[in-house]
Design a binder for this molecule. Structure first.
Ligand code: UD1
Length: 440
């Protein structure tokens, strides 16, 4: 039964805001003489329906889309973000979108709470205070074990550095944040009895295995020796390890998977899901959320958008001599909304414990020229291009074998490359309109 919740958390981080509303009805309207009003408020607050999902890095591109999907699905969301590569205005927009959604699309439904703490997930002292504020009071735990110790029932961890070039120049920064940060964070979560964890991994872990030219199965990059029957009906044995990782960023993702696998082995009370993202593009269909980092991304779609807005004169095409239909490199582009929903599927559908990896990709490949053509079609504008040499560390083809996520999580992509382009174009028009309004 829905009733209103109040996250009631203190604000150890610098910035904190909340939005919550909804109807208050039974069972707590019938007040018990055994408890005073405060106890009852706490009981309401800490009831089963007051579970939260903690999203670390929830103001970034994928994080914000995931928060939006979580909120639409009714989850209370707590965001921790140091805003190093995102803006707090994203959170304001999310609040507005969620309120509007519950007023217009779901009137009468309980609006979940959203909360942002501006904090670094490596700041253990601040994190401890935040996690303490989500603890279930002792008297309200049904079991003496610590499974119900926290009202945070799941964590999605996005807060990692991801620029390949920067990782080559500043490897220690990447190992400290992505790997060291993860270790301390998991340690802290465990102290609070929070052991349901979704990790942002990447197709980059396949390294040069991607170049075999067939869709990539999760088994091709394994954290332990894996035996399976491949597409050609042959029994294959893959030893634990990775092959041909070309940069520190990629190595951090692989190391994190290995660490999480070891953790789940050592402590079977953990449920850890590593999601290997292929190439996320697109944005929410409203055009209100998009990719808006502080540091300009060098991935294909952001560069295409900079060319469309005149910020860059032309798109450099990195190589046309790959073994692909048109010679340009092929990737599995996945709409960020589909990707975000993959996280919800991971939270909802993992009934088992332990460590498990899933590809989040469509299983379809598109070349650089396909993406340019689709974007030209949608925008009705010419995108100037110039052919340059291959980019160091690039593979010719990287496409997911997508079956495992469908079979085990009930998730698959729904949106096409054209939809990605249409939604991104809408976002661009929205941003341009906002910019010109701001200048008036
Ligand atoms: C890149 C990262 C990868 C990371 C992923 C998600 C590299 C080598 N790899 O993947 O580790 O997990 O982003 O952030 O950076 N392209 C152009 N011109 C451009 C930009 C890209 O032709 O200006 C081409 C690339 O050569 C590639 C394709 O477009 O073939 C996609 O590139 P990109 O969006 O950077 O993604 P990945 O290289 O697949």
């Amino acid at each position: 039964m829905p009733y209103s919740t109040s996250s009631g958390a203190s604000s150890p981080g610098r910035f904190s805001s909340g939005s919550e509303s909804g109807d208050i009805d039974t069972p707590f309207t019938e007040r018990s003489i055994l408890f005073d009003d405060h106890d009852i408020d706490v009981a309401v607050q800490q009831s089963v329906n007051d579970q939260h999902i903690l999203v670390v890095g929830g103001c970034g591109f994928i994080g914000s889309h995931t928060v939006w999907e979580l909120a639409k699905a009714g989850y209370n969301v707590v965001i921790i973000d140091n805003l190093s590569n995102a803006f707090s205005s994203v959170f304001d927009r999310l609040e507005t979108m969620v309120t509007h959604h519950y007023e217009t699309v779901k009137p009468g439904c309980r609006q979940p709470s959203l909360k942002l703490y501006e904090a670094d997930f490596r700041d253990t002292e601040t994190l401890t205070k935040i996690l303490e504020s989500y603890e279930t009071p002792l008297g309200f735990r049904q079991h003496p074990n610590d499974e119900q110790r926290s009202t945070i029932s799941g964590v999605i961890h996005f807060a990692a550095y991801k620029a390949v070039g920067e990782s080559i120049k500043q490897p220690l920064k990447y190992y400290a944040n992505n790997v060291g940060g993860l270790i301390d964070f998991c340690d802290l979560l465990s102290d609070f009895g929070i052991r349901n964890f979704v990790f942002s991994s990447s197709a980059t872990v396949y390294g040069t295995v991607a170049d075999i030219g067939v869709p990539l199965r999760e088994e091709y990059c394994s954290q332990e020796t894996t035996v399976f029957i491949d597409e050609d009906d042959q029994k294959k044995v893959v030893q634990a390890g990775c092959s041909g990782l070309t940069n520190p960023y990629g190595r951090t993702k692989w190391m994190c998977e290995a660490i999480l696998n070891d953790l789940a082995h050592a402590d079977p009370s953990w449920t850890i899901t590593a999601l290997r993202y292929f190439n996320p593009i697109g944005c929410d269909e409203s055009g209100l959320l998009g990719e808006d980092p502080r540091t300009a991304a060098t991935n294909l779609m952001p560069v295409v958008l900079r060319v469309l807005t005149g910020e860059a004169p032309a798109l450099n095409i990195y190589g046309d001599d790959y073994d692909t239909p048109d010679g340009t490199a092929v990737r599995d582009y996945i709409h960020v909304t589909d990707l975000a929903r993959g996280h919800l599927a991971a939270l909802k559908s993992r009934a088992d414990k332990g460590f498990r990896v899933y590809n989040l990709g469509s299983g379809r490949g598109h070349s650089v020229l396909d993406l340019v053509a689709a974007m030209e079609q949608v925008s009705q504008r010419k995108i100037p291009t110039q052919l340059v040499g291959r980019r160091e560390g690039d593979v010719g083809m990287c496409v997911a074998k997508a079956g495992r996520a469908q079979e085990e999580l009930g998730w698959r992509t729904e949106k096409t490359l054209e939809t990605c382009c249409r939604d991104v174009w809408r976002f661009l028009e929205h941003v341009v309109a906002e910019d010109s309004r701001a200048k008036i």
